[in-house]
Design a protein around this ligand. Structure first.
Ligand SMILES: Nc1ncnc2c1ncn2[C@@H]1O[C@H](COP(=O)(O)OP(=O)(O)OP(=O)(O)O)[C@@H](O)[C@H]1O
Ligand SMILES: [Mg+2]
Length: 266
C-alpha cells in the first residue's frame, strides 16, 4: 500500500468544512447513497454491500457494529477510497470520491482522513517512529519526528521507537497504527477494531485518545467494534447485517471514565 494513502496532514492545511449556501446546513462528513459492493471470488460474485444509505454529520461519532462478515471493514475501505463501489455514490467532506484520480485521492486521504486498519498496515522496513513520522514528513511537517515521538509516547510506546513492526507485539503494532492515524488530527477518523488486540487497560487508554481527538478537534469518528460498551461511547450506532444497514439509532451514550482524560496531541 502507498504510505501516502495512510498519512494525516499538517494542521495548517486544514480547511473549513464547506456549507451549502442554500440551506446553511453543513455538508455531511460522509454521505453514501445506494452503495453496493460486489467482488469476484473463486466461488463466484459476492454481494458484500447491498444498498447502503448513510449520512454522517461533521463531528458525529458513529459506532459501526454487526456480525463478522457483515461488511463493516468493506464499508470503511470504501469511505477511505481504498475500494471502489460497484454502484451508488460516495462523498467525503462533500467530495465525490469517484471524480478523483488515484493521485488526487491519495492527497485527499492524506489531508482529510486518519485510518486505523483492522490489519495494521505498518511499513515493515520502517521503525515505529518512522511509520508515524514519514507520512507527516510527506505532508510537509518539519517537526514530523518530534510530533511522532510525542504521539508514540502517548500510546505508551516511547520505549519502542526504533523497533520494526516484526519486533513489536500485535497490540504494540496496533498502537503504532493508532498513533499514525491520529497524529495529524484528521477531520475524519476511521478506526476498525482499534482495541481488538489490546489488554483492557491499554485499550481503555487508546479509547480515550480516540474520543479526546474527536472532541478536541471536532473530528468525525467512525468506529468499528464488536464491543458494545465501546460502541455505546459513540453518539450513534449503525448496525450492519449481511451487507445492509439493519439498525441506525442514537446511542445512550456512556461518558468517559472520570479522570481518564489524556491530552498529548499538542
Ligand atoms: N476481496 C474480497 N473478495 C471477495 N470477498 C470478500 C473480499 N473481502 C471481503 N470479502 C467478503 O465480504 C464479506 C464482508 O467482509 P468484511 O471484511 O467487510 O466483514 P466485517 O464485517 O469487517 O467482518 P469482521 O467483523 O470479521 O472483521 C465477508 O463475507 C468476506 O468474506
Ligand atoms: Mg472487519
Amino acid at each position: 500500500m502507498n504510505i501516502d494513502s495512510l498519512s494525516p496532514h499538517a494542521p495548517s492545511s486544514r480547511r473549513p468544512v464547506p456549507s451549502d449556501p442554500a440551506s446553511a446546513t453543513p455538508v455531511p462528513a460522509v454521505e453514501l447513497a445506494g452503495i453496493q459492493l460486489t467482488l469476484a471470488s473463486d466461488a463466484g460474485e459476492v454481494n458484500i454491500l447491498r444498498g447502503i444509505d448513510l449520512a454522517v454529520a461533521p463531528g458525529e461519532t458513529v459506532g459501526i457494529v454487526g456480525p463478522s462478515g457483515s461488511g463493516k471493514t468493506s464499508l470503511m475501505l470504501l469511505i477511505a477510497g481504498l475500494e471502489k463501489p460497484s454502484a451508488g455514490s460516495l462523498r467525503v467532506a462533500g467530495q465525490d470520491l469517484a471524480g478523483l484520480s488515484e493521485d488526487r485521492l491519495a492527497l485527499f486521504r492524506r489531508q482529510e482522513i486518519g485510518i486505523v486498519f483492522q490489519a495494521f498496515h505498518l511499513i515493515p522496513t520502517m521503525t515505529a517512529l518512522e511509520n508515524v513520522a514519514v507520512p507527516l514528513e510527506l505532508a510537509g511537517r518539519r517537526d514530523a519526528f518530534d510530533v511522532a515521538r510525542i504521539a508514540l509516547d502517548s500510546v505508551g510506546l516511547g520505549h519502542r521507537l526504533t523497533h520494526y513492526p516484526s519486533q513489536l507485539s500485535g497490540g504494540e503494532q496496533q498502537r503504532v497504527a493508532l498513533a499514525r492515524a491520529i497524529v495529524g488530527k484528521p477531520k475524519l477518523l476511521l478506526a476498525d477494531e482499534p482495541t481488538g488486540n489490546l489488554d483492557l487497560e491499554t485499550g481503555a487508554v487508546i479509547v480515550e485518545l480516540i474520543f479526546d481527538l474527536a472532541r478536541e478537534h471536532g473530528s468525525t469518528l467512525m468506529l468499528i467494534t464488536h464491543d458494545p460498551a465501546l460502541a455505546a461511547r459513540c453518539s450513534r450506532i449503525v448496525r450492519l447485517a449481511d451487507g445492509r444497514i439493519q439498525e441506525d439509532r442514537p446511542s445512550a451514550q456512556i461518558g468517559p471514565a472520570a479522570g481518564s482524560k489524556i491530552s498529548i496531541l499538542t
